[in-house]
Design a protein around this ligand. Structure first.
Ligand code: GRG
Length: 302
């Protein structure tokens, strides 16, 4: 009842940054164009109107920038005209918007590569790029987006921020490798799940949130809290995403329901259910590969 009340009475946080989000999306559409037509088409594929996804990450980052702008930064004692050029409030916000763009470019690059690795057919309710232009072009489009993200990142001329966002790319790769090569005894440990989930989902949110705080001129304690916030949000997001594989519809998910289970992933609901139902463990270890595994696992999870 309280939640329902909150939903109807709380102001919509997304409305606060709606215009800024459109600016970010428009810049993204322009910044993925190149002189090479096929590459432009491939790199723009998920930035077209209507297939931009939920844009959760840029929205979250713009909201964080907005809320931190009311927290007095360490240099606030300077009159606006005296502050260093990159700490002028308008310039701060422009640089924070670049983080929102870089984050979305890295996210989409990882989706393109993920769909190739998983041989997926659909993404965001659309045919996956690998099925339209082939695996090779999809991989190269992902590489191109990472390169464009790096160029934008370098333009911010902040070494700590460059390190944070580069670390994300390393973590995404580590998370994917961990997922592909889990050893049987680690498979049902929740610690292992949290580690993998940090790499695959939460690192991008944690490090980009911290970058927003740094570029907002916030002190170290605030940037650490921003990192914690992004990490916790990322882990919570993945838990919900895992649950939706069981409870969501193909239409609302933009990919087939039970996709993760069919792909042999030991997601959070499966791992929790395995504690109560030891008969799930052999199915997890063989990645739900035998006939009837998926149906039985689905029943046990519920
Ligand atoms: C190329 C950087 C790079 C990495 C390669 C393939 C790979 C290594 C990593 C995979 C990372 C990955 C796809 C993690 C899943 C993250 C996740 C929860 C995606 C879904 O996010 P949503 O629901 O998607 O926000 P939309 O479509 O709304 O943007």
């Amino acid at each position: 009842q309280t939640l329902a009340h909150l939903r109807t009475t709380a102001p919509d946080p997304f409305a606060i940054v709606k215009d800024e989000l459109e600016t970010v999306s428009e810049r993204l559409r322009r910044s993925v164009l190149t002189e090479v037509p096929v590459l432009s088409r491939a790199a723009s594929y998920f930035f077209q109107l209507g297939v931009e996804g939920k844009r959760l990450r840029p929205t979250m980052l713009l909201l964080m920038a907005s809320s931190l702008s009311s927290v007095v930064p360490s240099t606030a004692f300077l009159a606006v005209d005296e502050s260093p050029p990159d700490q002028h409030p308008k310039e701060c916000r422009r640089r924070q918007q670049r983080i929102a763009e870089i984050t979305e470019m890295i996210h989409v690059a990882s989706l393109l590569h993920d769909d190739v690795i998983d041989n997926s057919d659909s993404r965001r309710g659309l045919a996956a790029l690998n099925t339209v232009l082939g695996n090779k072009t999809a991989i190269l489009a992902g590489d191109f987006l990472l390169a464009r993200a790096s160029i934008t990142l370098a333009s911010l001329r902040n070494v700590e921020v460059i390190q944070l966002l580069s670390q994300v790319i390393e973590d995404l790769v580590s998370g994917e490798i961990l997922q592909m090569t889990t050893s049987p005894d680690q498979l049902v440990s929740l610690d292992h799940y949290v580690r993998k989930t940090f790499f695959k989902t939460a690192s991008l949110m944690a490090n980009s949130c911290k970058a927003i705080a740094i570029l907002g001129g916030q002190p170290v304690e605030v940037s650490k809290l921003a990192w914690d916030y992004g990490r916790n949000l990322g882990l919570a997001f993945q838990l919900v995403d895992d649950l939706l594989d069981f409870t969501g519809s193909t239409k609302s998910l933009g990919k087939p329901a039970l996709n993760d289970l069919e792909a042999g992933l030991a997601t959070a609901p499966v791992l929790f259910a395995a504690e109560e139902h030891p008969q799930l463990r052999p199915m997890i270890l063989r990645k739900f590969a035998e006939p009837g595994d998926v149906q039985l696992a689905q029943q046990l999870v519920f």
